[in-house]
Design a protein around this ligand. Structure first.
Ligand code: ADP
Ligand code: SF4
Length: 731
């Protein structure tokens, strides 16, 4: 298909300093957990985007020196020749596809905990990080300022040696250049503090030094949080924001503008739960009024119409993207080829960020199961190995796992029957997307699979999508005539209160009672819900707070009793702070760290999780080692909502396993289980399991993953910059 001529402007080349970008699509720096330590992952993930049509692709934040070490998280580093060599793999692979590569030079100050290097971070003024735990920096004197600036220069020269075309002096997310500019951090009274010119001095000098050091064919980029969303205490766009752009414009080749500080960086990496695409424009649209150099900005742009608006209305020259490029590395190519329906639209769920925030590489993506798997499993998001047999495959369950499995099997050319008792593809995601406030965009996961499966079925005449049929039984599956069967029947919320703390049912909890409801029963809307609702929570993600919000908005008085840290996982998806603000606005009553001991009609007994004796001591067999919990109290409810634990709906799988002896007589070679039916996990994990088994369906035992390539330092292979392979102690 041809590109829509209205989109031509997105494909116009643009000059950026000494470079000419082939189009207006730009992967801004974003974390993936590859750093310089996993060169294969880094090279394959980034170059996939070069293949997918992006004009320039960047590293994640790239440390200039061991004084800026973000361990337990993994950043890129340009500390020594080993890092240069490893990042060279990235730039070489990007260049093969005609794109440019950029390194985002980073010095974190007190926001880098330096747990590996054990160096002392430096800052404009001494402060304790509002983001890290117990991390202070030392206030720099003039020698140290020059020393840190030299770190940027040295790292920029290493970036040159590694083959980068663009080098950043990164000052968003509250890192050191912004700390000097912002009155929130900078309390100095010397020539680096006070007036705007003084506060801008560190950054401007650093840019000048880097520019002078690197060759003329490299572009110098500044990433700048043009508004830190702290009002006059920080950087405001119409004050220091615009002033700085005007002040430094002559020495910058490209402005990469974004928002906010590090403590709430979800206001920049905006979850769809709270912000629509393009939210940043309220602030970033001002920059073009003063910048003579090209400006780019992010805004979770996946829709070419929105991108057109950004460019034609003069808000930015270039479309910056992190998450849209993860969910669909081929976004530019698809727009270029007029294949808008084929775009895998980012959900704005921030699960990609969550894995990196926890410190667990690789990054994963809910929409794109191949993200992070490019090198180690050899998965390309748009290319699939052709089928190796004529086996037909029955997939039972069309939720995230089953629909992804069927999609990939169809891509591979397998005859695939995808069967579900529900009327729609999507499984439990349908209730989340339609039944919970703010989570509508998560439905893009279903939409993508629905569209792709419909297209693939047209090409594969023997394949079938059968929705709205009776739930399949083991007899039916055995008689179906498929050679391989994949069970993707999902999971349900517990009806008896069993949870991650008790591991047993809670006395009196029974969702068959009129005044108790599982989340599914709330969504089904068949049971009346009373005025006073208690949500009993043992889940650390979104369900309890989302249901509480839904019910409060419908006029119920909501109390949350939480046996675990409420919404803990949303710290990592950057949704936590606004979830808590919303809880406050909706006036929920909350019993944090309380668990439920029993339920009676209309009331439940709870107690403080830490209400038992602080000291464990041996008191003989059968006697608790702690003093009894005396914190019990009763609370009343009209309805009790049970967000306790989940269990796999694996009855069908287990029955089929138990009848293994009947498989061969029925022509069945194997029965496998995926997704929540195997174990309830994130939607991203369910999607991954479906994708993986479809890629490996002809392996000897597709139930269990093939090994993947690991990138580890191997004893006996030279390290850079050197070191012997004996253990030597300095005595
Ligand atoms: P996952 O996240 O693992 O994909 P979901 O719970 O979202 O799991 O989806 C499971 C799907 O399986 C649901 O759409 C449900 O209707 C369907 N399903 C469950 N049991 C059967 C069955 N026996 N026959 C047909 N469909 C089933
Ligand atoms: Fe988008 Fe979610 Fe994928 Fe991140 S994990 S890229 S937010 S779909």
């Amino acid at each position: 298909m041809a590109r829509d001529p209205r989109h031509d402007i997105l494909f116009e080349p643009i000059k950026v300093g000494p470079l000419t970008f082939r189009n207006r699509f730009y992967q801004v720096p974003h974390c993936i957990g590859a750093g310089s330590d996993r060169p294969g992952f880094q090279a394959a993930h980034r170059s996939m985007k070069a293949e997918g049509g992006w004009a320039a692709i960047n590293t994640e934040y790239c440390s200039v020196h061991p004084e800026s070490d973000d361990t337990h998280r993994l950043s890129a580093r340009l500390w020594d020749a080993g890092d240069v060599r490893n990042l060279r793999a990235m730039t070489d692979h990007i260049h093969k596809f005609g794109a440019y590569a950029g390194a985002e030079l980073w010095y974190g100050s007190a926001h880098a905990p330096n747990m590996e290097s054990r160096c002392t971070p430096r800052g404009a003024t001494q402060y304790a990080s509002e983001f890290e735990t117990l991390t202070y920096c030392q206030e720099m004197d003039l020698d140290e300022i020059a020393r840190v600036q030299q770190m940027y220069v040295d790292a920029a020269l290493r970036a040159r040696d590694a083959g980068f075309d663009l080098v950043y002096v990164y000052g968003a997310d509250s890192y050191i250049p912004l700390q000097f500019l912002s009155r929130y951090y900078n309390h100095r009274t010397d020539k680096y503090g006070g007036s705007f010119e003084n506060r801008a001095r560190f950054w401007v000098e650093t840019i000048e030094k880097v520019r002078k050091a690197v060759p003329n064919d490299m572009a110098v980029v500044v990433r700048f949080a043009v508004d830190t969303l702290l009002g006059k205490d920080g950087v405001e766009v119409e004050d220091d924001g615009l002033k700085f752009v005007e002040f430094a414009d002559d020495i910058v080749d490209l402005w990469d503008v974004n928002l906010c500080g590090i403590a709430e960086w979800g206001e920049n990496a905006t979850p769809s739960r709270y912000y629509a695409s393009g939210h940043h424009l309220h602030w970033t649209r001002f920059i073009k009024q003063v910048a003579k150099k090209p400006v780019l900005g992010v805004g979770r742009y996946t829709d070419p119409e929105k991108m057109l608006e950004v460019v034609t209305k003069g808000y930015a020259d270039i479309i910056g993207a992190a998450r849209p490029s993860i969910a669909d590395p081929f976004l530019p190519k698809k727009i270029e080829e007029g294949r808008i329906d084929d775009i895998r639209v980012c959900l704005g769920c921030n699960v990609c960020i969550s894995r990196w925030e926890i410190g667990g590489p690789p990054m994963i993506c809910t929409q794109n199961a191949t993200a992070g798997e490019e090198y180690r499993r050899g998965w390309h998001p748009e290319k699939f190995a052709k089928k190796t047999s004529d086996d037909s495959i029955l997939v039972v369950g069309a939720g995230p796992a089953g629909s992804e499995c069927a999609r990939v099997l169809l891509e591979r050319g397998y005859t695939t029957h995808l069967v579900d008792s529900a009327e729609k593809i999507g499984g439990h995601l349908n209730s989340i997307a339609t039944g919970l406030p703010g989570l509508g965009e998560w439905g893009f996961h279903r939409d993508y699979r629905e569209q792709q499966i419909a297209k693939l079925l047209k090409k594969n005449k023997h394949s079938v999508l059968a929705l709205g049929r009776k739930p399949m039984t083991a007899d039916e599956v055995l008689a179906y005539g498929a050679e391989k069967v994949v069970i993707a029947t999902g999971s349900s919320w517990n009806t008896d209160g069993a949870n991650c703390v008790s591991h047993h049912p809670i006395p009196g909890i029974d969702a068959s009672r009129a005044d108790q409801l599982t989340p599914e029963q709330v969504f089904a809307g068949k049971k009346p819900i009373g005025k006073r609702v208690v949500v009993l929570n043992y889940d650390t993600y979104f369900m309890a707070t989302s249901l509480a919000e839904k019910l409060a908005m419908a006029g119920h008085e909501v109390t949350i009793v939480s046996g675990v840290h409420l919404a803990h996982y949303t710290h990592f998806t950057l949704e936590y702070s606004n979830i808590m603000r919303r809880n406050h606005e909706l006036k929920f009553r909350e019993y944090g760290e309380h668990y439920c001991t029993r339920v009676e009609p209309g009331r439940m007994e709870i107690c403080n999780k830490w209400g038992d004796g602080y000291k464990a001591s041996y008191r003989g067999k059968g006697v608790s080692p702690r003093n009894a919990n005396t914190s019990h109290e009763w609370i009343d409810f009209d309805s009790l909502v049970l967000v306790t634990g989940r269990h796999s709906d694996d009855k069908l799988y287990r029955e089929l396993k138990a009848r293994k002896s009947e498989w061969s007589a029925n022509g069945i070679k194997g029965v496998y289980v995926i997704g929540d039916a195997e174990a309830p996990r994130l939607i991203a994990d369910a999607t991954f399991t479906g994708h993986r088994i479809a890629r490996e369906i002809e392996e000897a035992d597709p139930q269990y993953p093939l090994p993947y390539k690991r990138e580890v330092a191997v004893w006996g292979v030279p390290h850079m910059p050197g070191g012997k392979f004996e253990i030597e102690y300095k005595t």
